[in-house]
Structure formats: C-alpha cells, structure tokens
Design a protein around this ligand. Structure first.
Ligand SMILES: [Zn+2]
Length: 258
C-alpha cells in the first residue's frame, strides 16, 4: 500500500540574535554582558544548518532572540519547569543565575507575549493544521544547538556531551524516527545520545498529547562541531559539517511516512 509522505515543519526557535530597541531597557546588565549572554544562549546558525528550503518542508523561525521571549517554553510559568531558574517564557536570570532583567510589570509581560510568543505559536499551529488537512499527517523537526560545556542553569550537568542529541516525546515520537536519526548520524561519524542532555520535542498545544498524526522529534547539534563558541564565528569547515548533518536528516525524513 502506498503511504503518503508526511509534510515537514522545521521549527527553529533560538537562532535569532535580534533584540528590539524597546526591549533593551528591560535588561539590567551592560551591553557587553548582554552580548556575552547572547553568545552563550543563542542556537547560532541553526537557521542555516536546518535550512532545507531547497529540498523539502517549511521553516518557522522565531524572529527575535530567546532573551526577549522564549517560544519553546510554556506561556504559563506554573506549567514551565525552567521558570524555577528564572528562565520561563520571559527570562529574568542569566545562564549563570545572575539577574538579567529588571522587574517587569504584568502589562509589559503581556505585551511581549502578545507581540512575539502568540503570533509565532499561531503560525506554528496553522502550518501543522494545514499539513493535516492536506496530507493527513505532519512531521515537526524541532531544531536546536547546544554548548559543549553545560551551562549552570541546565538541568542535566553530566559530562561527555554527544555531537548530536535527539529529543523525543513519548506520545509524538515514533521509535522508527528516533532510531532512524540515531543510525543515520552515527553512520556519518557523529556521537549520538537520545534525551541527553536535552529531552522532549515540541508540538503545537492544540495537538499536544491528543493528535497522533502529528509526529515530532528534536535535533540538537553540539556547537563545537561548527563554530568557535568563544567568538560566535563559524568554523572553516562549517559547510562540510552542514552537509553531513543535512544528509543524515534527509535520509530519514525523505523516507518517512506515518
Ligand atoms: Zn534551543
């Protein structure tokens, strides 16, 4: 029986370095320290590493820095474990635990969420919904990168981080998908871990835990592979690494049908 290939949505939440002028005043650290924080927290170049626009799928890139608003967090702090370390949807603390933002009023918080968080999630839902209507299924690839050394705020402080971490969700990630990616990346010479140091995979809230035709998997790339983490500059072999990563992903998602 012929199965139809799932349309792919590449979700790229943490690639932007942009902080709008009107938000700058909320940060209570120096310009240099803000740059240093962006260096640590941005998933640098993931908009290039996961750019498959010439081949397959659609991308959804968050337009501002995660230091403005983090679209990968739950909107409600009570549901968001990272809010305990000042890194809920609106960060109040730096990666090292120091203060990042002055205290913001409820109206300022609402404005940030209304301006950046909700429109992004609306677009995300729409892309997935359209895929479901047109093809009957959808695959979300949640695209990230991570520092080679753990940052103090991270929940998993274990050493020996892999080249690539695959994050899964018990409801939305078919085993064939995480196994396929693990195998493809391993064959390309990368070390791979599943759900370590990061776990989970994003799905629009309206489908989360209830629509099994939406599959999702997270791919996290170790930044040491493609950039100088102390400067933010690409490594000279950036394009080669990009090709190896894309080849691994394509070999799995091109054949993927749910
Ligand atoms: Zn990320």
């Amino acid at each position: 029986m012929q199965t139809k290939q799932a349309p792919v949505v590449f979700h790229i939440p943490h690639s932007s370095l942009f902080i709008p002028k009107e938000v700058l005043g909320q940060f209570c650290i120096s310009e240099d320290d803000l740059e240093a924080e962006k260096l640590l927290m941005t998933d640098w170049y993931t908009n290039e590493l996961f750019d498959f626009s010439h081949v397959i799928g659609q991308s959804l890139e968050f337009p501002v820095s995660r230091l403005v608003v983090d679209p990968e967090r739950f909107e409600n702090d009570d549901a968001e474990v990272m809010s305990k370390v000042g890194m809920g949807v609106i960060y109040t603390r730096r990666a090292n635990g120091a203060q990042l933002r002055r205290k913001i009023e409820a109206a300022e918080r609402e404005k940030l969420i209304e301006l950046y968080y909700r429109p992004h999630h609306k677009k995300f839902s729409k892309l997935v919904k359209t895929a479901l209507l047109e093809s009957g299924n959808c695959l979300v690839l949640d695209c990230h990168s991570f520092p080679d050394q753990s940052l103090p705020y991270e929940l998993d402080q274990s050493v020996g981080r892999p080249d690539i971490c695959i994050g899964t969700d018990s409801f939305h990630t078919p085993k064939s998908l995480s196994d396929g990616l693990t195998k493809a990346f391993s064959q390309s010479g990368f070390s791979v871990k599943v759900n370590s140091p990061f776990s989970g995979a994003i799905v629009p809230m309206e489908f989360y835990g209830r629509e099994n035709r939406v599959s999702s998997v997270m791919v996290e790339i170790n930044r040491k592979l493609y950039m100088d983490e102390s400067t933010g500059k690409k490594r000279p072999d950036f394009n080669l690494v990009l090709k190896r990563i894309q080849k691994g992903i394509l070999s799995v998602i091109e054949g993927y049908a749910s």
